[in-house]
Design a protein around this ligand. Structure first.
Ligand SMILES: [Zn+2]
Length: 635
């Protein structure tokens, strides 16, 4: 009776059907179609103004018919799998027909990346002038006095209605005096612009430029040359030892041995070694990759163990991700949303192979590689957010997470398909080896799945069924059920199966391995997430707080600054001493939201660091890390 009375009371005021405005009609989704484009787009990019970090663009394109023309500014960036482009970086747009006065244009109110213009009836060509105002924020620069990168998707508009592969573009780029430019594009005979390529290929072929550049030959795969183009602010950073170059050549050859014939005619690793450009990340392309590394990377590779697989990871992407790509991730143009459901293959398997190939090439020792697996496994195990968010769901993270900070990384998740992808594909690899008595491995799957085709550079898409069928041809089994169970799990029952089948268990140690120590430095502080539940940066500032950890339950928040330990001024050493003392409560002072507080800490325990312990039985992980024997041509 009471419930019914409440519903009766709530009804009229909580819901008012028909008592207000009606919704306007939204336009249908714009659809591209696959048909010939009548002409060529000419794109002239002036990237010489590094002082203001402004790129000036002039573009001409044919008028393709009567009526309103729609020009699109690329919104979805293929490597980020997300609408990460920024419409506010395009400025100063003017559109003219056949050199006449500027035409009025209008931005689509439902799609701010679309510009509509009505050319005069007899117009033949449109000329567009605009600027791309690149970032001026430290850590996000694309242009600095000694180096720059040109991302074509940021410096062009393209006509709506065609697949990107249908639109030919003749592009040129001007860099500051004294700069050398490199990309996977081929210069035309005159040397002033690049040979025309499709819009799809152009956007997949960024340009790096700089004052100090060095090219390094890394051998050939089949007949395709592979080169590395280094750009640095300081010429000393361009020195690569013969030993390290030999390892990179081995990495290239070993990748070819796994994945089979390349789908490029030449490949360029574009590498920046700059304090000013973003550091420590990569972007994949079919014929090249962008690799941003610390300036002293080649001088002291052992100080950068975390990044030793970056080049291998991006190289693997030429096969896994760019040539063979999940059907949902392939889109006909750069303003059509992608469906990100197989990123645990696109990124997860690539991350696994990057680590394996770095080991096979000697870029990391066997022990350093085992230590890295321990770091990854510990990070995956600590993702308590699995209780509500599956690995499958993480594939959608880029669409809503890109460009946003994540406060509770272990609870909110965020692109778990990288770290957990490593464990998942180790699970697959060891299972294939177990089921086939060691006769087959993930190498056989990779060769069969990614080494197909006729050497054309056109992508080949696949579905989940294609993937599971290809695995079943290597090792019989219900791979769909295998993946479904792991991708949708809300516990960690299978998380470490691959490690165990590989002959190792994850254990906690008192002291960090060299790799764990460098991972801690890379994270930016003192990593106590496995005990107290915090990662402490400079000056006691909390950089990461583990969800529902000892520190969390003691009332410490994610923005707190630690100020004292048992009444004495805070130091990292004092905190470590308190954590290592026999089990007893201690007082931890902190400042948070303008208030000074003191928490009583109990039960955190001493700092713990991940490592692997060898188990009895077959060490399949050691087999996996052993180099494949190479055909004579690959040596
Ligand atoms: Zn990747």
């Amino acid at each position: 009776m009471i419930v019914a009375a409440l519903i009766a009371m709530a009804g009229p005021c909580a819901a008012q059907v028909g008592a207000g405005p009606t919704a306007i009609t939204l336009p249908p989704q714009r659809v591209a179609s696959d048909h010939p484009y009548p002409g060529v787009v000419d794109l002239s990019v002036d990237a010489a103004d590094v002082d203001h970090k402004i790129i000036r663009v002039r573009e001409t394109l044919p008028v393709t018919g009567p009526g309103v023309m729609t020009l699109l500014y690329p919104q979805w960036e293929t490597a980020s799998h997300a609408p990460t482009a920024e419409a506010n970086a395009l400025a100063g747009l003017q559109i003219r027909a056949d050199g006449g006065d500027p035409l009025a244009w209008r931005r689509d109110p439902f799609d701010v990346f679309a510009f509509q213009v009505q050319p005069p009836a007899d117009a033949r060509r449109l000329t567009l002038d605009f600027q791309y105002v690149s970032s001026t924020s430290p850590g996000r620069l694309q242009m600095e006095p000694d180096a720059l990168s040109v991302q074509w998707q940021s410096v062009l508009l393209y006509p709506a209605g065609w697949y990107a592969r249908d639109i030919p573009v003749r592009a040129s780029v001007r860099t500051p005096a004294g700069f050398t430019a490199a990309s996977s594009l081929s210069p035309d005979e005159g040397g002033t612009s690049y040979k025309p390529v499709s819009l799809e290929t152009l956007v997949d072929s960024p340009v790096f430029g700089g004052r100090k550049m060095r090219s390094i030959d890394l051998g050939r795969l089949d007949d395709a040359p592979v080169s590395m183009r280094l750009f640095a602010d300081d010429a000393a950073a361009l020195n690569v030892s013969d030993d390290y170059r030999a390892k990179l050549k081995t990495m290239v050859a070993q990748t070819g041995a796994v994945f089979g014939p390349p789908h490029f005619k030449h490949y360029d690793f574009l590498v920046s070694l700059s304090e000013l450009l973003p550091s420590g990340g990569g972007t994949e392309h079919l014929r090249s990759s962008e690799n941003n590394l610390p300036p002293d990377f080649f001088a002291h590779p052992q100080d950068h163990l975390i990044y030793q697989d970056l080049l291998a990871h991006e190289f693997v992407h030429s096969w896994n991700g760019k040539f063979r790509t999940p059907a949902g991730l392939w889109t006909p143009d750069f303003n059509t949303p992608s469906k990100n459901d197989l990123l645990w293959v696109y990124e997860g398997e690539t991350e696994y192979w990057g680590i394996v190939l770095a080991a096979r090439a000697g870029l990391r020792t066997r022990q350093q590689t085992l230590d890295l697996f321990a770091v990854k496994a510990a990070a995956a195990r600590a993702r308590v957010g699995r209780r509500w968010k599956s690995l499958a769901d993480s594939s959608l993270d880029p669409v809503f997470d890109s460009g946003h900070g994540v406060t509770w990384r272990d609870w909110q998740g965020r692109e778990a398909y990288y770290v957990e992808g490593v464990l998942l594909w180790l699970d697959v690899d060891t299972l294939i080896r177990e089921r086939t008595g060691g006769r087959r491995s993930l190498d056989d799957f990779a060769r069969a799945f990614y080494g197909v085709g006729d050497h054309s550079e056109a992508p080949l898409t696949y579905s989940m069924d294609d993937l599971c069928s290809a695995l079943a041809r290597v090792a019989p089994g219900d791979w769909r059920a295998f993946f479904d169970e792991r991708l949708n799990a809300h516990d960690d029952a299978h998380l470490l199966d691959g490690l165990r089948r590989g002959g190792y268990e994850l254990v906690d140690s008192d002291a960090p391995t060299q790799t764990a120590r460098q991972a801690e430095v890379d994270e930016g502080g003192l990593d106590l997430r496995a005990s107290l539940g915090v990662l402490v940066g400079k000056g006691g500032r909390i950089r990461r707080l583990a969800w529902d950890s000892v520190a969390f339950r003691a009332g410490i928040g994610p923005e707190a600054v630690l100020t004292s330990v048992n009444g004495a001024a805070y130091t990292d050493a004092a905190l470590l001493t308190a954590l290592r003392a026999p089990p007893a409560a201690f007082k931890l002072g902190f400042s948070q939201d303008g208030h000074n507080r003191v928490a009583t800490i109990t039960g955190a325990g001493a700092p713990r660091y991940p490592s692997l312990r060898s188990m009895s039985g077959r060490h399949r992980l050691d087999d996996i890390l052993s180099p494949a024997s190479l055909p004579a041509a690959g040596r």
